[in-house]
Design a protein around this ligand. Structure first.
Ligand SMILES: Cc1cc2nc3c(=O)[nH]c(=O)nc-3n(C[C@H](O)[C@H](O)[C@H](O)COP(=O)(O)OP(=O)(O)OC[C@H]3O[C@@H](n4cnc5c(N)ncnc54)[C@H](O)[C@@H]3O)c2cc1C
Length: 309
């Protein structure tokens, strides 16, 4: 019997585990993905690297600001101010460094997909495909639309998250051997709502310009079910057009589909818990579409668990 299992090694799961571990508890974090961080991610392709999930972090909450300061002290974070000199920070040498630093020393098991969570007496049975793990407490930090698959359609907490919405985001990663007209650009009215030269961020590999472009919600919904090659083929001409370059300057292109990328309708409270207080649900979707929101939610769950003793 594991005392506390946290499902998801995104920022919410890591924040929860970190806070519990700092208080002497030993949570186990399970995640189906290969690398920790969830949507805070860095993709490598040979010498190239791209932050294909969250682009930067900002902090309004004093506790989260202190965490970012600590990451900066460890060399895992640096400033990347925008064109108007407004503060934003990025992981170094990639956004995934933030997750790696938050998760250092924790018991994190990647490549473990939880298929189902079922009440089993006073405990929880986590179905992992070919095995079952028992836990006294479970913290679920998967995107809200995936809660029903874990708890079942008739669970009261499934009903509680039914109004939460996350929009998809298709993301293009491209290396283009041509001068860069800007470092980053946001245009909510364009099909490509965000374009950034990834290696304009600090501590990145130099060489050809490495671009990350994110499609807006309408474009992402239209092309959502296409395979990554077709998505890249659809987005690349748009990126080249916005940069004023011809496609023959492109030396690398790949796409990633984030099915649940940005919270468009949050829950409006930092977490949910069941009647017995042994099952918690949280994530950015509780509060809003930001890394900071995920951290606040995960930390609030840990605070609640600690308060319950
Ligand atoms: C393209 C994009 C750009 C963004 N840009 C920014 C930005 O610039 N600034 C900003 O602040 N925020 C940004 N965000 C939002 C930010 O990334 C998220 O708010 C935050 O990372 C969410 O963290 P989380 O822990 O709540 O969820 P996630 O990061 O989604 O973590 C959930 C984890 O659960 C795991 N999981 C799911 N189901 C299971 C299962 N059944 N079993 C085991 N594991 C499971 C997943 O593998 C994942 O690792 C962006 C997001 C995207 C996609």
């Amino acid at each position: 019997m594991i005392p506390i299992v946290i499902i998801g090694s995104g920022i919410a799961g890591l924040a929860c585990a970190r806070r519990l571990a700092d208080e002497g508890l030993s949570p186990v974090v399970l995640d189906k993905g290969r690398g920790i961080g969830g949507r805070v991610a860095t993709r490598r392709a040979g010498d190239l690297q791209f932050d294909h999930g969250a682009q930067y972090v900002t902090a309004q909450d004093a506790r989260f600001a202190a965490v970012l300061h600590g990451l900066e002290t460890k060399g895992a974070l640096a400033d990347w101010p925008d064109a108007k000199a407004r503060p934003r920070s990025v992981g170094t040498p990639g956004m995934s460094a933030i997750a790696k630093a938050l998760g250092a020393g924790l018991d994190i098991r990647q490549g473990v997909q939880v298929a189902r969570i079922v009440a089993d007496g006073a405990a929880w049975a986590l179905h992992l495909g070919d095995s079952i793990l028992h836990a006294a407490r479970v913290v679920v930090t998967v995107p809200a639309p995936q809660v029903a698959g874990l708890l079942g359609a008739d669970h009261p907490l499934t009903a509680a998250v039914a109004g939460v919405r996350l929009a998809p985001c298709l993301t293009l990663m491209a290396a283009i051997d041509a001068p860069a007209p800007f470092a980053s650009r946001q245009d909510r009215d364009d099909a490509l709502t965000w374009i950034a030269r990834d290696n304009s961020k600090p501590a990145r590999p130099q060489g050809p310009a490495l671009w990350v472009a994110q499609a807006g919600e309408a474009f992402s919904l239209t092309h959502l079910e296409q395979d990554p090659t077709a998505i890249a083929a659809a987005m690349l001409p748009l990126l080249c057009d916005r940069l004023g370059v011809t496609t023959d300057r492109v030396t690398h292109a790949a796409a990633h589909r984030w099915r649940y990328a940005r919270v468009t309708q949050p829950l409006g409270q930092p977490f949910l818990t069941d009647a017995g207080g042994t099952l918690h649900l949280g994530g950015d979707w509780c509060i809003g579409p930001r890394v900071e929101a995920a951290w606040i939610s995960g930390t609030a769950i840990a605070d609640d668990i600690l308060a319950r003793g």
